[in-house]
Design a protein around this ligand. Structure first.
Ligand SMILES: [Zn+2]
Length: 127
């Protein structure tokens, strides 16, 4: 079961959150510190080996998907998002699709996450 390491900005406690699959991981979701129930938590990115270029990323195991996330390689994550969407045929929504496109352009995951999570939930395009 993949897990993400988080640190709480409120109490400083580190903890891990578990997700059944990549689809259960919501980058714009609110995560709660199990110690003090603060939602002021940040994900800790670990540097790990990333899959070889050209692989079918939608066929990765959840552990391998986690590695792609943790690699911090935006384009790989964007590609994975896209392939998962293509494979499952699920419309994950405008925010997910925008995140995918921005990641594919090489924008940093943190920047995309921050930007999209701070945006009021609407489908309007400010541009
Ligand atoms: Zn805390």
């Amino acid at each position: 079961m993949p897990s993400y390491d988080y640190r709480c900005n409120h109490c400083g406690r580190s903890f891990a959150l578990f997700f059944k699959s990549i689809k259960d991981y919501d980058p714009k979701g609110t995560h709660i510190c199990p110690n003090c129930q603060s939602s002021d938590v940040v994900r800790r990115i670990k540097r790990v080996a990333i899959p070889k270029q050209g692989r079918d990323l939608s066929q990765l195991s959840s552990g391998e998907m986690l590695n792609v996330f943790n690699s911090g390689d935006s384009k790989e994550v964007g590609k994975m998002f896209q392939q998962v969407t293509d494979t499952t045929g699920v419309d994950a929504g405008a925010t997910y699709n925008e995140a995918t496109q921005r990641l594919l352009k090489g924008e940093s995951m943190d920047s995309v996450e921050r930007d999209l999570s701070s945006r009021p939930s609407s489908n309007s395009d400010p541009d």
